[in-house]
Design a binder for this molecule. Sequence first.
Ligand SMILES: *Cc1c(COP(=O)(O)O)cnc(C)c1O
Length: 413
Amino acid sequence: MVFNSSIRVVDTRLMIDDLPVDAIARELETPLYLYSLKRIQENYRRLKAAFESVGARIHYSAKANSNAAILRTLVDEGAGIDAVSGGEIARALHAGAAAQDIVFAGVGKTAAEIASAVERGVGWFNVENELELQYINEAASSIGREKAQVALRFNPEVSANTHPHISTGHGGAKFGLTAGAIGDALEQSERFPCLSVCGIHVHIGSQLADSAATVQALAKTKQLIIPYPEIHTINLGGGFPVAYRHDQPIPSLENLVNRIAPHLHGYQVLLEPGRAIVADAGILVATVLYVKELAGKTFYIVDASMTELIRPALYGAQHEIVPLVQSNDERVLAQVVGPVCESTDVLAIDREMARLQVGDQVAIMTAGAYGMAMASNYNSRARPAEAVVAVAGDSWSLSRRRETIEDLLRLEA
Ligand SMILES: *Cc1c(COP(=O)(O)O)cnc(C)c1O
């Protein structure tokens, strides 16, 4: 079973690059996140190559996974960073990103976050509220910074044909500005002498399988900005889809580029992919704690839960689950659940999968994006360790140690 160029089952063992996952899990305990930096580098290079013809500059969306080793790998490759909070800006700088290669996005940036980003020299501000223009202008003016670059985020009122919880560009979504508000902002931009309002940003959602919606959003965007020649940059956001099953086809990037390229001629192009760079490079390793039969169903209770990976509970996401070492050929219909006291703490429902026993270890696949980044301490669970396999593929290291209960208690009086 081949998941991608870095993660596959060889004979009966799940491998990550040159290393058997069970050997790493034995040393680090579970639950455990494990990432292939090689696969992350490859995903970045593939996106970059696909968009080469439109000269796109890639800002990795740190919210998908802000692990320091991952950020460093991408910064070393030349990626900029798309940050959605002051915290992510700090992480990007910590990983070695140059401030001018950071895009600061987000629907609710605080005035303090904006002032700090202006002071640090963050390259782009993706603006979603008129009042933000005033905040950025004031902050820039107070330190004598000239021409902070602004991209206005357009809500094109296009349905993205993805899960409603990851759709952002429809009418009624909280994201972006209407065409009318963008027109007003551009007409009034001379009120903000310290800003250069020279970009438009459009991101209609995640896991976008249908390029028609992207093309439609881009066409609307073009129509909006043609009267404003000062707009020289189009930021298309992220949302490139990922296969969550090893045999699932995904739409070709080349096709998408061919369809959108005619609209991008003459513009500088920015992209903000997150999921497509990290999702399939990561797995969450768990151990079976108990097996029980209830109402005619087989339950595998594992030591990973919605606190490590909330996507199944939050979006009904389906992640494949594979034993680290397959010990038999038996298949069962199973429920894979975590220990958390919530009925939605289910990692797989009615899943046909390998028969497991107490103590067996499994990998929850394609968990590199929106996994650890969304992990919580609910039920006073310590967040898991993260380990990375080096780009060379033949060694691993601990990137973030497992939290301890002392870590959790330290902040309390
Ligand atoms: C979340 C987000 C992204 C990244 O989305 P992916 O689906 O992970 O590629 C990019 N841009 C914006 C504005 C976002 O909110």
